[in-house]
Write a protein that binds this ligand. Sequence first.
Ligand code: SF4
Length: 164
Amino acid sequence: MPPRQNLAQIMMELKREKILVSGCLAGLPCSHDGQGRLNKTVRRLVDDGAAVPVCPEQLAGLPSPREMAEIDGGDGTGVLDGKARVRSRPGKDLSAAFTKGAQETLKLARRHSCRMAVLKARSPSCGRGQIYNGSFRGRLKSGSGVTAALLMRAGIEVATDEEI
Ligand code: SF4
């Protein structure tokens, strides 16, 4: 059995632990079109103080509204490894900004001791398992967004809003 002080510390850690959630799911108007993507369950978690909302693309300094972006030549893991690029619809390379947003999001996740994240499906930052394929024609491919990939690489469990 652990010493009592250790047990108390563990209980405090568990109480502090929060779920990281995509800001747009909490209703924040941070999507590329300047709107939110409200998910009532996520909003309730935020209102109850159990979840921390974050928008990686806004943390990267990108404005809202902004140009749509998709990942070309791979997925978020490829972007982190320099093997794929995030491009806006006009073709601007946004890989550095998306990587910075992912790193800032991971810092926030660690600050709040998050072990789990619920993120917006199919986003080039937040998507997990499936993202748009880079053609801007609404077609999908396997893979995750840049932030989801970095969080998973750091051992944080990522679910999408469609799984809760
Ligand atoms: S999906 Fe992620 S990056 Fe896109 S608006 Fe929502 S929180 Fe921001």
